[in-house]
Design a protein around this ligand. Sequence first.
Ligand SMILES: Nc1ncnc2c1ncn2[C@@H]1O[C@H](COP(=O)(O)OP(=O)(O)O)[C@@H](O)[C@H]1O
Ligand SMILES: [Mg+2]
Length: 360
Amino acid sequence: MAKVKFDRVTVKYGDHTVIKDYSLEVQAGEILGIVGPSGCGKTTVVRSLGGFLNPDEGEIYIDDELVYSKKRRVNRSPEQRRLGIVFQDYAVWPHLSVWDNVAYPLKKRRAAKDEIAKKVKHALEQVRMTGYEKHMPAQLSGGQQQRVAIARALTSSNDLVIMDEPITNLDAKLREGMLEEIRAMQRRLKTTIIYITHDQEAALQLCDRVIIMQQDGQICQIGTDEEIIEHPANRFVFSFIGVSNFIPVTEDQGRYYLWKKDPALCYASQAPQGYLAGKKNVMGIRPMDIVFDDASPIKAVITQDVFLGSLFNYFVRLNDVELRVQRSTLDSLDGREYHEGDTVGLRFLNEKYYDEEEAV
Ligand SMILES: Nc1ncnc2c1ncn2[C@@H]1O[C@H](COP(=O)(O)OP(=O)(O)O)[C@@H](O)[C@H]1O
Ligand SMILES: [Mg+2]
């Protein structure tokens, strides 16, 4: 297992700066997720680390060894960096058999024949593709092809494997299975894995820590799944990792109102936890954290109710805005039913406050 460090790396395409002063440390043996919307610079990070792109500024280290610094004129070749990469689109070479695909990095490195045989066998075992050595990629399913690509990455390096959207092209059911296998394989081999995806759910499920990137290539949060879910660093993270409602909040003489000063919209008579004094606040609230409570003075009307199996999904209208509310089937064991047209009281739990003027 290897460590990785990016120290203030900047990459520009012409006058378009994709990542700026990008710093991160990946610990040996962890699965680190890099998540962000399409176009935010994730693949740029991968290509910089792999040695396929030369950043304009900053330094990159693999296991304390400097592998790239423009200033210090260091630029190790992709082979010298000894890492395995699984790409989304060109997974395997179509003209090579499974065995030859997986053996390729070793042959390129001029490894001895028996070492090649041993490592290819081991890698194919890890991805459960033993027995397919002579198959050509066209004879394999998409999921099997991606397994071969992962096996090939493993023969490049047992220490560090980067996966750039490796399963985005697979169907949902296969994706779920592959995530579990990647996790199990990582536990066995203790390989450091950097897992890139735009799918925040997959990342939070798979990774030890996740980096959330914003559209402009900035890192807005690094943390465990729990830290990110419980304490989203900003409004972007809050909205990126799940369904959300945002409601502007107004304070007047110690009373707190949704949207505007109107007695029917007053929801608190003391500063709510997390409220940002002196700022224009916007409340972020998850559908599960809006609770129906007859005692609440905030009254809304249900405009839609849909039963989704494990939960009820509602839209409620309040101050001419529709909010999303969810209630788990367990909560409804009290026998109380809510339907379209009903007036309900709303109470807010675990709400977060963000500065409305903060750039997102
Ligand atoms: N070779 C290139 N030339 C110019 N712009 C590029 C090139 N590759 C990527 N970009 C731009 O850099 C930004 C980040 O791209 P990329 O790293 O591929 O994002 P992601 O992998 O997060 O979708 C995008 O705006 C993209 O258009
Ligand atoms: Mg990409």
